[in-house]
Design a protein around this ligand. Structure first.
Ligand code: R5P
Length: 294
C-alpha cells in the first residue's frame, strides 16, 4: 500500500525527515494568510487511492494550526484514504483537560472532539495529562510517545548528574531520563493559584544536590515561570550547574534569555515545536519506530 506523508506547514522539517525515513510520497501543502487573517490551504499533489496517509502537523501556533489541520484533513478525506494517522507532536490546549473553576471551557476536549472523527490514529508526545485527555477521543486511537530517551542521550556528555522535574506530575518522564543516565531523580512540589496563575514550589524529598549537575526536565515551557522558580530553589542547594530541557517549548519571546539569566547553563528542546537553534533533540526516529508498530 502506498504511504503519503502530508508535509504540514507547522512541522515542515520534522515531516520531511519522517517522509525520508519512511521512503514515502511527500505531499506538500500550499498555505497563506489573507490580509484579514483567514487561512488558505491547498494540497499540491494528489494522494494515491487507498493510501496510508500520515499528516505531520504540530498544533502550534495553536489557533492557526488547528484551522490549517482541519482544512488539510477535509481535503485528505476526499481522496478516500485507507487509514489516516495524525502526528501532532504538541497537542494544543491539552493543559485544560478539566475544569478548575466553575464554567471554564474544557478546551482540551473541544480540540480533541474537532479532530477525533477525521483521523484513525493520533500520535502526540509527552501529553500533559494523558488520563484526562485521551478519553475525549471516541473514534481515533490516541497514542503517546515520549522524548525522554532522546533527551537523556543529549545529556550523556554531562557528568555527575541528577534529574529533577518541577512538579510530581512528570514522574514517568523523570524515571526514564534518570534510568538512561544511570542517576537519581526527584521532583519539586508545585502549587498553582488558579486565579493569579502564580506557582509556589519546594523540594519534595530530602536529597543531597550539592555539587550535582541538575538536568531540569518538563513537558512544556511557556512563560518560563515554572522553570525559573525551580532554578531559584535548586540554586539554594549548592548545585554545580542546571541544564534545562523540555519536550515542548512554546517560543514566547525572551523566555530562553530569562531562564539563562536565572542561572541555567543551557536550554534545549525537541523539534515538537520548531524553536530554532535550541530545537536540538530530533523526534523523527521515535515517530518512525512507533509507526512500525501497528
Ligand atoms: C504545568 O504543570 C506544566 O507541566 C508546565 O510546567 C507549565 O505548563 C509550564 O508553563 P510556564 O512555563 O508558563 O510556567
Amino acid at each position: 500500500m502506498a504511504t503519503s506523508v502530508i508535509i504540514g506547514p507547522s512541522s515542515r522539517e520534522l515531516a520531511l525527515k519522517v517522509a525520508d525515513k519512511l521512503k514515502a510520497d511527500k505531499i506538500f501543502v500550499q498555505h497563506k494568510k489573507f490580509p484579514d487573517g483567514e487561512s488558505y490551504t491547498r494540497l499540491e499533489q494528489l494522494i494515491k487511492k487507498n493510501s496510508d496517509v500520515i499528516v505531520v502537523e504540530t498544533l502550534f501556533p495553536q489557533n492557526d494550526s488547528i484551522v490549517e489541520l482541519l482544512c488539510i484533513l477535509d481535503v485528505v478525506s476526499e481522496f478516500k484514504p485507507k487509514y489516516v494517522t495524525l502526528i501532532a507532536p504538541y497537542f494544543a490546549y491539552s493543559r485544560q483537560h478539566e475544569r478548575y473553576l466553575k464554567w471554564e471551557a474544557i478546551s482540551g476536549r473541544t480540540v480533541a472532539e474537532l479532530i477525533d472523527k477525521k483521523v484513525n490514529k493520533i500520535i502526540m508526545f509527552d501529553v500533559h495529562h494523558k488520563k484526562n485527555l485521551f478519553p475525549f477521543f471516541k473514534k481515533a486511537k490516541p497514542v503517546e510517545l515520549t522524548a525522554a530517551k532522546r533527551m537523556a542521550d543529549y545529556f550523556k556528555k554531562v557528568k555527575n548528574v541528577f534529574v529533577i522535574a518541577p512538579d510530581q506530575e512528570r514522574k514517568g518522564f523523570t524515571d526514564i531520563v534518570a534510568e538512561e543516565l544511570n542517576c537519581d531523580y526527584s521532583w519539586l512540589s508545585k502549587h498553582r493559584d488558579r486565579y493569579t496563575g502564580k506557582t509556589v514550589s519546594h523540594l519534595l524529598h530530602k536529597v543531597n544536590l550539592k555539587g550535582k549537575n541538575i538536568i531540569l526536565v518538563d513537558d512544556i515551557i511557556s512563560t518560563g515561570g515554572t522553570i525559573i522558580s525551580a532554578i531559584e530553589i535548586l540554586k539554594q542547594h549548592g548545585v554545580a550547574g542546571i541544564y534545562v530541557a523540555t519536550t515542548h517549548y512554546m517560543n514566547v519571546a525572551g523566555v530562553r534569555e530569562k531562564i539563562l539569566a536565572a542561572g541555567a547553563k543551557e536550554v534545549v528542546t525537541t523539534d515538537s515545536i520548531p524553536a530554532g537553534e535550541i530545537s536540538k533533540i530530533d523526534l523523527s526516529q521515535v515517530i518512525v519506530d512507533a509507526l512500525g508498530k501497528k
